[in-house]
Design a protein around this ligand. Structure first.
Ligand SMILES: *[C@@H]1O[C@H](CO)[C@@H](O)[C@H](O)[C@H]1NC(C)=O
Ligand SMILES: *[C@@H]1O[C@H](CO)[C@@H](O)[C@H](O)[C@H]1NC(C)=O
Ligand SMILES: *[C@@H]1O[C@H](CO)[C@@H](O)[C@H](O)[C@H]1NC(C)=O
Ligand SMILES: *[C@@H]1O[C@H](CO)[C@@H](O)[C@H](O)[C@H]1NC(C)=O
Ligand SMILES: *[C@@H]1O[C@H](CO)[C@@H](O)[C@H](O)[C@H]1NC(C)=O
Length: 319
């Protein structure tokens, strides 16, 4: 009996030792190698001399469009240089306007917001007059598929919306860092309201403009308490938020009020905002697919900062 016990014990010991060894072997060699290869090894596929057709300036679905980046006073553009170069090249190729605007003292006087994340929307509002449509972008957005045209997004939305926002992929968020805006008084007014949310932020982990845009939507379009949910409860969650988890709960709460609404009509009848569903906008976060992208569905990727270009193994958002 004792001998059988001992045999079983040693068998268990040998099997667990083998398992532990196999685990470490896999972990120490195979797994990092896969990661190493995916970043530094050979590409999965190389697309050579992709034919890029220049935008026709004559067709009926060609629009007057400009790309606008706004950077803070002390921004170090080397951090965004690669991304910015793709945008510059893209704009020159297709004859889009391209502007980088620095937040300076003149803008601070004109606009009045203190924080960069908010004043940028005021500045954008004041610069919409340059083009019929303006694509506002974060500075770390890069064009990876220059065959796609911004005109297609204008074409799809020009009759339904003054402003086009989109849903981010990885959570309930409406993206705050990019929108397509018509040169209309409603767009200008809405962006100023957006910038001014700086002055009504709760004293909590509020998520800056990305948190505030959800409350702005709820207030602007669902102010009459038509939902089963009381919007004040969402605000309560926001006002005591301590981290990203809380912030995302508040955002999900706001989204419950909005439901499946995609087109938001201002109650005053002055204008309309469209919110594109996940995956249907001009850009997305690059890290959600480990920088891999599709010729069919991708256009621009977000997150190309120089400082995270060369990833360490644990840098989930590197590119
Ligand atoms: C645009 O079309 C007009 C006539 O339709 C033509 O004369 C002109 O050369 C075209 N311009 C360009 C840049 O293709
Ligand atoms: C701020 O930038 C604007 C536009 O680029 C420019 O017209 C203005 O002179 C600048 N103001 C200062 C104080 O540099
Ligand atoms: C933008 O709108 C303003 C006010 O309506 C107008 O003066 C300006 O010419 C427009 N800009 C463009 C490029 O159409
Ligand atoms: C709420 O209802 C009032 C009165 O009917 C209306 O004037 C206002 O525009 C509505 N607000 C929203 C956000 O629907
Ligand atoms: C909104 O509706 C909820 C539930 O019906 C109610 O408890 C709450 O007091 C209402 N809030 C306002 C501002 O009317």
């Amino acid at each position: 009996m004792q001998r059988i016990c001992r045999t079983i014990k040693s068998a268990i010991f040998i099997v667990s030792a083998a398992l532990i060894f196999a685990f470490f072997y896999f972990y120490a060699y195979h797994f990092p190698e896969e990661i190493y290869k995916s970043y530094f090894g050979e590409a999965d596929s190389i697309i050579t001399s992709l034919p890029i057709q220049q935008r026709s300036l004559n067709s009926s679905n060609t629009y007057d469009i400009g790309i606008l980046l706004i950077v803070s006073e002390d921004a170090d553009l080397t951090e965004y240089q690669f991304a910015i170069n793709t945008l510059k090249c893209y704009s020159r190729l297709h004859h889009y306007g391209f502007y980088i605007e620095w937040v300076n003292n003149t803008w601070k006087e004109i606009c009045g917001q203190k924080q960069f994340m908010f004043i940028r929307h005021c500045i954008a509002s004041k610069l919409l007059h340059r083009h019929e449509w303006t694509l506002f972008l974060d500075a770390d957005v890069a064009v990876i598929n220059p065959s796609r045209l911004i005109d297609d997004f204008v074409e799809q939305n020009k009759d339904v919306a003054d402003l086009v926002f989109f849903d981010r992929f990885f959570d309930w968020e409406i993206a705050a860092g990019s929108y397509l805006a018509k040169n209309s008084s409603y767009s200008k007014e809405f962006l100023i309201k957006f910038a001014n949310t700086e002055f009504t932020l709760p004293k909590s982990f509020h998520g800056s403009d990305n948190g505030a845009i959800h409350w702005l939507f709820v207030e602007q379009f669902f102010g009459n308490n038509t939902s089963q949910l009381n919007s004040n409860d969402c605000h309560k969650i926001w006002s005591i938020s301590k981290d990203f988890d809380d912030l995302f709960v508040y955002e999900a709460c706001c989204r419950l009020i909005m439901g499946e609404t995609r087109i938001f009509h201002d109650p005053s009848g002055k204008g309309t905002i469209k919110l594109l569903p996940k995956g249907e906008a001009w850009m997305r976060d690059g890290w959600i697919t480990d920088s891999k992208w599709s010729l069919d569905s991708d256009f621009m990727l977000h997150g190309w900062k120089h400082s995270i270009e060369m990833p360490k193994i644990d840098d989930a958002n590197a590119w």
